[in-house]
Design a protein around this ligand. Structure first.
Ligand SMILES: Cc1cc2nc3c(=O)[nH]c(=O)nc-3n(C[C@H](O)[C@H](O)[C@H](O)COP(=O)(O)OP(=O)(O)OC[C@H]3O[C@@H](n4cnc5c(N)ncnc54)[C@H](O)[C@@H]3O)c2cc1C
Length: 411
C-alpha cells in the first residue's frame, strides 16, 4: 500500500484491534481511522456480566492503545458505504483506500408483545450491563429469556445483583445447540439450585411486572433480559450492496464482494471445518484470528483463514463446562466417561477415526488437548479407548502436533 492510502475500520472491538496490531507490526505509518459507536473501549465483551472485576481484568488493551498505535478515532455510527467513502449518521463522510467491516453481531429480538417495554433489556455490551444495573435498583424479580451462553451469564449477573431469577427456555434443556440430553440434564439440575428454570416454554407477553408464558402461566418480572442469541450485524453491508448470506460473505482472505472492502469477526459467515459449511461462528478467538488475516491482507499480505469450529467455555454457577465442535450430534461413536457423584461428564464423538465433538462438565483438565486434536484432524483410532484414562496426554498425540494446544477462551 502507498503511504498516502488510508485504511478505515468500522468497529473497535477484538476483530478491529487484532487487524490494527497486525498492520502496525509491518507498517507504523499508514493512516488508520477507526469509526466506532462504542463509548467505552477495549472492554472484554465476554466479561460484561462479571460484576467484581478490576479494570485490569475487564479491559484487554490499555486505554492509550489508539494513541500509541497512531490511530485516528471517530466516534459515531456508520450507516452505508458509497464508492470509496463511509457515510456516518451525522452525515460525515470518511474516505478510504481499504475498508474493514468489524461490526460484530447484534442480539436477536423475538416478536413478543411488550418486547419494547422499558423493563426489557439485552446484554451484549457494557452499556447494556450498566443500564441493567441501574434499572435493577429496588427491583426483585427478573425473567431471562433463553438459556444459552448469554442467558446463563445474565442469570448469574442478576443473581449477583440480588434478584430472584427465572429462566425461560424454549427447548427441553439448557445450551440445547451444544449439549445432549444427559449433559443438558446435569447443567439444568445445577442451574435449578440457583434459579427457577422453566423448560419447553416461551414468553408470549411481557407486562410491566410480569411475563405471560406460552402455556398461560404468569411469572413475576420487574425486569426481562432477552438472551436468545446473536446474529451477524449485516446492516451496513446490506445497505451498501455487499454480498450477505447468513453473515457477510467473505473469501479465505476476508475479502467481501466489494473491491477494497474486507470483513472479520462476528459479522461474517465463517467456514465450519466440521460441518463443511459456512455459518456464523461468533466467538472471540475466531474474531481475533480473522481480524489478523484481514489486517495482513489489507496491507498486501497473503494470509488465509481456513475455517474453524465452535467452542464454548463457561462456568455455570461454578460448574465448569466446555463444548467443542459438533458436541450434540449423533454423528459417530460416542465415548463417555461420567460420574454422577463427582458431577463429571465427559463425552467425545469420533467419526471416521477423528474427533468431531466433545463435552466436558466438571473436569475440563484436558480439553485443550482435544481442541488441538479436532483442529488438526488427528486420527485417534489407535488410542480412542485410552482417551479418558488417567495417563492420557500429549504422549498420544503425534509429535508434530504436540505444541498446538488451543484452549477455548476461558471466561
Ligand atoms: C455476553 C457475551 C458473552 C460472551 N462470552 C463469550 C465467551 O465466553 N467466549 C467467547 O469466545 N466469546 C464470547 N462472546 C462472543 C465474543 O464477545 C465475540 O465473538 C467478539 O466480541 C466478536 O468481536 P467482533 O470484533 O467481531 O465484534 P463485537 O465485539 O461485537 O464489536 C463490534 C464493534 O462494532 C462497532 N459497531 C457496530 N456497528 C457499528 C456502526 N454502524 N458504526 C460504528 N461502529 C459500529 C461496535 O461499537 C463494536 O465496537 C460473548 C459475547 C457476549 C455478548
Amino acid at each position: 500500500m502507498k503511504s498516502s492510502e488510508k485504511i478505515v475500520i468500522i468497529g473497535s472491538s477484538v476483530a478491529a484491534i487484532s487487524a490494527i496490531e497486525t498492520i502496525r507490526e509491518k507498517n507504523k505509518n499508514l493512516l488508520i481511522t477507526v469509526i466506532t459507536k462504542d463509548k467505552d473501549l477495549f472492554y472484554s465483551r465476554p466479561l460484561i456480566s462479571h460484576i467484581n472485576l478490576t479494570d485490569g481484568q475487564r479491559y484487554y488493551r490499555d486505554k492509550n492503545f489508539f494513541r500509541k498505535n497512531n490511530v485516528n478515532l471517530v466516534f459515531g455510527e456508520a450507516i452505508i458505504v458509497k464508492n470509496d467513502s463511509v457515510i456516518l449518521k451525522n452525515r460525515k463522510n470518511i474516505k478510504f483506500s481499504k475498508l474493514l467491516l468489524a461490526v460484530g453481531g447484534k442480539p436477536i429480538i423475538p416478536d413478543v408483545k411488550g418486547i419494547n417495554g422499558k423493563n426489557v433489556f439485552t446484554l451484549t455490551t457494557k452499556v447494556d450491563a450498566d443500564n441493567i444495573k441501574k434499572f435493577c435498583k429496588n427491583k426483585k424479580h427478573v425473567v431471562v429469556i433463553g438459556c444459552g451462553m448469554i442467558g446463563i451469564k445474565a442469570a448469574e449477573f442478576l443473581k449477583c445483583l440480588g434478584l430472584d431469577v427465572s429462566i425461560v427456555e424454549l427447548m427441553n434443556r439448557p445450551f440445547a445447540s451444544v449439549l445432549d440430553d444427559k449433559s443438558g440434564k446435569i447443567i439444568a439440575d445445577e442451574i435449578k439450585k440457583h434459579t427457577k428454570l422453566i423448560l419447553n416454554n416461551s414468553v408470549s407477553e411481557i407486562k410491566e411486572n410480569q411475563c405471560i408464558l406460552k402455556n398461560g402461566e404468569k411469572i413475576l418480572a420487574d425486569i426481562v433480559i432477552c438472551a436468545i442469541g446473536v446474529v451477524p450485524n449485516t446492516d451496513i453491508a446490506e445497505k451498501s450492496g455487499i454480498k450477505v448470506n447468513c453473515g457477510i460473505a467473505v473469501d479465505s482472505q476476508m475479502r467481501t464482494s466489494k473491491k477494497n472492502v474486507y470483513a472479520a469477526g462476528d459479522c461474517v459467515e465463517s467456514l465450519d471445518i466440521l460441518k463443511c459449511e459456512k455459518r456464523p461462528l461468533p466467538i472471540w478467538p475466531i474474531a481475533f484470528r480473522q481480524g489478523a488475516v484481514a489486517g495482513s491482507n489489507i496491507i498486501g499480505g497473503d494470509a488465509r483463514y481456513d475455517g474453524s469450529f465452535v467452542r464454548n467455555s463457561v462456568n455455570v454457577f461454578g460448574l465448569p463446562l466446555i463444548t467443542l465442535g459438533l458436541s450434540n450430534e449423533k454423528a459417530g461413536e460416542e465415548i463417555v466417561n461420567s460420574s454422577e457423584k463427582l458431577k463429571v461428564y465427559k463425552k467425545v464423538i469420533v467419526k471416521d477415526g477423528k474427533i468431531i465433538g466433545a463435552i466436558f462438565i466438571g473436569d475440563i483438565s484436558r480439553a485443550g488437548i482435544f481442541t488441538g486434536m479436532i483442529k488438526d484432524g488427528i486420527d485417534v483410532s489407535n488410542f480412542k479407548n485410552e482417551i479418558f484414562s488417567e495417563n492420557f496426554g500429549y504422549i498420544y498425540v503425534p509429535k508434530e502436533f504436540r505444541s498446538k494446544e488451543v484452549l477455548p477462551i476461558e471466561i
